[in-house]
Design a binder for this molecule. Structure first.
Ligand SMILES: CC(C)(COP(=O)(O)OP(=O)(O)OC[C@H]1O[C@@H](n2cnc3c(N)ncnc32)[C@H](O)[C@@H]1OP(=O)(O)O)[C@@H](O)C(=O)NCCC(=O)NCCS
Length: 312
């Protein structure tokens, strides 16, 4: 099957399951990526297998394995699950040639449209788990009324003097999420977070807000405005894309409406800027964040399946 046909059939199937997914174009080999194809007659699959390596002190290292093997894929024909199964077997052969067996700093990552169910069982059989979700919140989404909130909680924009508070809340969030395997608690993570937060807090209008009660910080929310989201905006069919980078509430203050108040504030800021959708990442298995985000109007868009180590 020709690559144009696979790309267009794939795009048609995805558009039918989710109108917020972007289109698909045929894959091309590049210096860092090879194209793998399987043809089963009436059905076919194609994948772009790439590899990205980062140093442990790189700004994005806390959120990924140091070596990430990734397969972007397209499926066509009446048997997409069988085509995916064959493609995964082909990718496994490729990974055995390029990845160190047993190295937990390697991961094999498969991004899938969350609502594209084809081949889910096959991915499990190949040892992949649905680890991380990119969730989307359309601007006009109605949400049920949340918890009533703690009286006296004030939300204010963060300032440079909040650096220690922001780093402490950021580390509390990072340690919690690390239990679910989506982020990594390596030595040096605190320095990476502190550098990023200091840079944001030193902007004229930091994109961070603090919730406080009688002067004591209870939580923090951090966003990226439309215009700063070029790194992720092509994952969704929408004009102005905002991104919610993180929300953390101190353990002692959880389940009392602080998170809801911070998230409502962030959405109000982004809505006022004419944002069409807001995206965020969350760990699928996190029992606090998953129900919380879906109560705030989000729903899954992309699911990142992962096997770590990439080769057992
Ligand atoms: C996720 C987190 C930020 C939520 O903050 P929070 O202050 O506890 O949130 P709230 O009190 O406003 O809301 C939590 C509760 O209300 C529920 N809720 C929130 N909005 C709701 C709504 N609109 N309708 C119904 N229920 C709602 C939540 O499911 C949760 O219920 P529970 O406590 O009874 O289990 C916080 O738990 C946290 O910091 N967790 C650890 C770090 C983390 O996972 N951060 C998110 C990273 S993506």
């Amino acid at each position: 099957m020709h690559s144009d046909v696979i790309a267009s059939e794939h795009a048609t199937r995805l558009a039918a399951v989710d109108p917020l997914l972007p289109g698909s174009s045929p894959f091309e080999s590049t210096e860092n990526a090879v194209v793998l194809d399987v043809d089963l007659g009436d059905s076919a699959a194609t994948g772009r297998a790439s590899r990205v390596q980062v140093d442990r002190d790189a700004p994005n290292a806390p959120w990924r394995a140091l070596t990430e093997h990734r397969l972007d894929l397209q499926l066509a024909g009446p048997q997409p699950a069988a085509a995916l199964d064959a493609l995964l077997t082909r990718w496994d052969e490729h990974l055995r040639a390029v990845a160190e067996p047993g190295d937990t700093e390697t991961a094999a990552v498969l991004p899938r449209a969350s609502r594209d169910a084809a081949g889910t069982r096959e991915m499990l059989h190949h040892g992949f788990a649905p680890l991380r979700v990119v969730a989307v919140r359309p601007a006009d989404r109605m949400i049920p009324e949340g918890p009533r909130g703690t009286p006296g909680v004030k939300i204010r924009r963060a300032e440079p003097g909040d650096l220690d508070t922001a780093v402490a809340l950021g580390m509390e969030l990072h340690s919690f999420d690390a239990q679910y395997g989506t982020v990594n608690l390596r030595s040096g993570v605190e320095d990476i977070l502190a550098k990023d937060l200091a840079e944001q807090l030193n902007r004229p209008e930091p994109p961070l807000w603090i919730a406080e009660l009688y002067g004591r910080a209870l939580g923090m929310v951090n966003v990226q405005h439309p215009g700063e989201t070029g790194w992720i905006s092509d994952r969704v069919k929408a004009g102005r894309v905002g991104y919610l980078s993180s929300l953390a509430v101190a353990e002692a203050a959880r389940s009392s409406g602080v998170g809801t108040a911070l998230s409502a504030h962030a959405h109000q800021v982004l809505d006022e800027e004419g944002t069409d959708v807001v995206l965020l990442h969350h760990a699928a298995a996190n029992p606090l964040s998953t129900p919380f985000w879906y109560a705030q109007g989000y729903r899954p868009l992309w699911t990142y399946w992962q096997r770590r180590p990439a080769v057992r």
